[in-house]
Design a protein around this ligand. Structure first.
Ligand SMILES: [Zn+2]
Length: 270
């Protein structure tokens, strides 16, 4: 069991399965969410009885079924990668092929390779590590993995590439746009939250999600501009959006595209 004191218990409900209950002292209403893996969490304050929770869950039955059906549909359309040869991963808005070299002894590691010649052959070389925009031909991921490795371990090796490139890419785009926009961010942290693409504190500390590297460069730029614009405007007022538009005239399309990619990106990584 988990050591988290906030999780009171797990209930087993007929036809629905396991429910995780999270107690939040200050919460007034009960809240139910269906996670990406179909599991269910109820959050509520300390006073709610188990019976109240059960009847609340029962009243959400329709919602749960609909949400799970939608997840099953997504599973069909966008199967979760197992990090095996032949699968593709999103990388700067393109589907990039993954190749796995199985090993008995070698440590698990992934690298980005640039392909030469035909798409099929992997007679590539190490990535140059230089700027990505405009110069990438055919990129692929090559993963050396132990035969005994599991999905999570293989994913971790690939995620390292995303995180490393994300920091490099974000730093350079932040530098570029901060100059244009006349704002000064004080720091950058690279995170991997499930639903948050970026944030900006009052002091100008910017946080960006490495999963953005799944998106085309112009969408990443939109998020960079959005967060930098918060240094000047702390809200989403009309002035804020006017400021954003000056540096990303197509921000509305980019914002919509990001929204539509969310479920797909959310399924690429566990
Ligand atoms: Zn915002």
């Amino acid at each position: 069991m988990t050591a988290n004191p906030e999780i009171e218990a797990e209930l087993l409900v007929r036809d629905i399965g396991q429910i995780e209950i999270r107690r939040r002292p200050r919460q007034r209403n009960m809240n139910l969410s269906v996670r990406a893996d179909g599991s269910i969490r109820v959050s509520c304050n300390l006073r709610r009885s188990q019976r109240e929770i059960l009847s609340f869950v029962a009243s959400c039955r329709n919602f749960i079924e609909k949400r799970r059906a939608r997840l099953a549909e997504l599973d069909r359309l966008h199967p979760r990668p197992q990090f095996l040869s032949g699968e593709t991963l999103l990388w700067f808005g393109e589907r990039v092929r993954l190749d796995v070299i199985w090993s008995w002894s070698e440590r698990i590691r992934a690298r980005r390779v640039e392909l030469r010649g035909s798409l099929g052959g992997l007679s590539g070389e190490f990535s140059t590590g230089k700027s990505f925009a405009g110069e990438h031909g055919k990129v692929a991921f090559e993963l050396t993995a132990l035969l005994t490795s599991n999905v999570k371990q293989r994913q971790e090796a690939v995620v390292k590439i995303y995180k490393k490139e994300a920091r490099r890419w974000f730093e350079s785009r932040l530098h570029f746009f901060a100059g244009l926009m006349g704002v000064k961010p004080i720091s950058l942290s690279v995170r991997g939250q499930k639903t948050l693409w970026g944030s900006c504190t009052g002091a100008g500390a910017i946080s960006l999600n490495w999963k953005l590297l799944c998106c085309p460069a112009e969408i990443i730029d939109y998020v960079v501009v959005h967060e930098l614009a918060h240094i000047r405007h702390r809200n989403h007022s009309a002035q804020f959006w006017e400021f954003v538009e000056r540096f990303d005239p197509h921000y509305k399309a980019h914002r919509a595209a990001l929204k539509s990619m969310e479920p797909i990106i959310g399924r690429m990584f566990l």
